[in-house]
Design a protein around this ligand. Structure first.
Ligand code: UT7
Length: 317
């Protein structure tokens, strides 16, 4: 079995915070409703910085943290559904700023909504096997706030902005296994794109919260179980589960179902809300900076989101 080594991590969030109390002045809601149902107290909301800026700051930190030479970078993959432009990609926008324009870099964005970072890491794993001499910078970055209707209390309370990044390299002795999947559903969670033909729809996020909740408790669990079964492990063998931070109640329900102990979870939803494709990457960097991750630790990275998309990656730190 071969896989990838995570050489460095970084994350960046805008300074500006939006608390539940702040939101209660904008829509008919309050902390008493939001916190018990979601686990969210506050989120970071960009005032002027776009997705490429957040991605750049996170990538810069991850590259510094990895200690690699920039000439080793062969791939930049940005998982996002809130890119600055439809084209060029956020990944291409980073080339200039990271001073990578004078070397061969395959740079592209990937949209798998909140599962984006899991998808991007899986793609990086496959690409690096073809170029074991190169590193990939894999970034999850979102300014989701620009896609929200701040008069819709059922969605605007959930999401926040942020970016996380990792630098990864092929490793012949690394263990990596994934079960990643998708199914077409445009009703549960959707943000319309460029208006086509006689379109009167606003370009905001709409969601069937209960449908997404049920899906989130069920499907990611299947992928976790399939990964564990393939590797011959039980949940007890896993050191940490990095479960997409969409709602603390979803994590609690999945934990009960999958017998994940509290100490196996890392949670930061209270501070950031749901940062979509950035969520797992931000967790990885925070855990790394706090010294929680020790060599050889067994991790499950679990994502789910619009598409519908979901998946679990097993890797060792
Ligand atoms: O990455 C994936 C992203 N999406 C998710 O993870 C979403 C998953 N779903 C959820 O997290 C939950 O469904 C929500 C937190 C979004 C909603 O919780 P819920 O317990 O499913 O509430 P609900 O939609 O059934 O609404 C219950 C009531 C409704 O009022 P009525 O019709 O019973 O009078 C809503 O209008 O709560 C009302 N409500 C609110 N009240 C105060 C909905 N949002 C709010 C709010 N503040 N922010």
């Amino acid at each position: 079995m071969s896989g990838i080594d995570i050489l460095g991590t970084g994350h960046y969030v805008p300074e500006n915070r939006l608390s539940n109390d702040d939101l209660s002045k904008m829509v008919k809601t309050n902390d008493e409703w939001i916190f018990p149902r979601t686990g969210i107290k506050t989120r970071h909301i960009s005032k002027t910085e776009n997705t490429s800026e957040l991605a750049y700051q996170a990538a810069k930190k991850a590259i510094e943290n990895s200690g690699i030479d920039k000439s080793d970078i062969g791939f930049i993959i940005v998982a996002t559904c809130s890119a600055d432009n439809i084209m060029p990609s956020v990944a291409c926008m980073l080339l200039d700023r990271l001073d990578l324009n004078n070397q061969h870099v395959m740079a592209f964005d990937l949209n798998a909504a909140c599962t984006g970072f899991v998808y991007a890491l899986s793609v990086a794993n496959a690409l690096l096997a073809t170029r074991p001499d190169k590193c990939a910078v894999v970034i999850g970055a979102e300014v989701f706030s620009k896609l929200l209707d701040y008069t819709d209390r059922s969605t605007c309370i959930l999401f926040g902005d942020g970016a996380g990044a990792v630098v990864v390299k092929y490793c012949a002795s690394a263990k990596f296994y994934q079960v990643i999947s998708s199914k077409g559903n445009t009703d549960a969670l959707r943000i319309p794109g460029v208006p086509f033909y006689d379109c009167t729809e606003p370009s905001y996020c709409t969601m069937n919260g209960q449908e997404v909740f049920k899906f989130a408790v069920e499907y990611p669990s299947y992928s976790m179980q399939e990964v564990l079964d393939h590797l011959g492990y039980t949940m007890k063998d896993i050191h940490y589960v990095l479960f997409h931070q969409a709602n603390a109640r979803i994590v609690a329900s999945v934990s009960k179902r999958m017998k994940i102990r509290q100490e196996q979870l890392y949670m930061n939803i209270e501070e950031y809300g749901n940062t979509s494709a950035a969520s797992i990457a931000i967790m990885l960097d925070e855990m790394n900076q706090k010294g929680l991750l020790k060599k050889g630790m067994k991790l499950l990275l679990v994502g789910f989101g619009a598409g519908l998309t979901w998946g679990t990656i097993y890797l060792e730190w």
